[in-house]
Design a protein around this ligand. Sequence first.
Ligand code: DAH
Length: 358
Amino acid sequence: MEPTTSRAAWDQAYARVESSLHAAGVADTADLPKLEEVRVRFLGRKGELTELLKSLKDLRLDDKRELGPKAQALKTALEAELAAAKDRLEEASDAQTLNEDAVDLTLPSLRPPRGRLHPLTTTLHSIAAVFQSMGYSWAEGPFIEDEYHNFSALNMPDDHPARDSQDTFYLDGVNRLLRTHTSNVQIRTLENHAAKGKPLRVVCPGRVFRHEQIDATHSAVFHQVEGLVVDRGVGFADLKGHLQASLERLLGAATKTRFRPSYFPFTEPSTEVDVKCFFCPGTGCPSCKHTGWIEILGAGVVNPKVLSCAGWDPEKWTGFAFGFGVERVAMLMHGVRDLRDFYTNDLRFLRQFDEDFV
Ligand code: DAH
């Protein structure tokens, strides 16, 4: 095919494009829309440089070979220049936005309300921590229990009157109930460890349920921490030592205690431990039911029948056990007179225990 454009005409066209490119001053373009105008003007479908490139096809073959790369180089250089200008303009516009929307990082933020552990939970943890420091480990058992583990294995057969004193929530028929104390965990722990034949020291913290009349010192759902030690030759003196030491750690070195003889079917001998009332100087007030003392736990030397029933030889092993009332301890630790305050979720009450709340 005959060439339709002469080399001289093409050279002129090239020179025109080059000079108008120069005049357009890509590198100094002031904003992004203007830059886009320049791009379209030279590289759009009908752009000046696009037309120049298209017109290459009308040249003679040897001119095409020589001038093609020259025109292509102009396009590559322009594209690089456009990209650099675009980067510069975008950066400048970001910087401007940041500057205009500046955030004052020194302004104090809104403080979201903080949660904290409930005072009963922290009391439970404190009791468990004191015993853990004395070598006890942690055990847990089910809330829904059978009669065997809650009663029978604790030396309370079917018709035993002690069952009546623990008003029980039965679930279905008679064999499933909400545990009335954490002593069920004693039995489960004894059963699980019988085959190992090694001494035991455990605390079992947890929730218990009784069909109680609710008042300032009683609730239908409350918490206990059960303790159990089984070893060779341990007895009442060890029990007394462990309890006295732990109460002093929990409530203060000056804590006065009183061990009263008592009765539990699963311990022999049995005792109930009172702490001198913190609310009155021992002279009597409503919190101590005018006795000067507050009962906080039951305890005793494990009845040999309980040991043998759970697979331990009472000729070789002896043990002692105790059950703390966690609410009672919390009342003494925090000077709370009415146990119901722990359950009503009144934030004014609960916030007193929040370290950050002034
Ligand atoms: N389980 C008893 C109660 O709920 C408390 C108790 C007494 C636990 C003597 C014991 C114990 O482990 O040895 O009233």
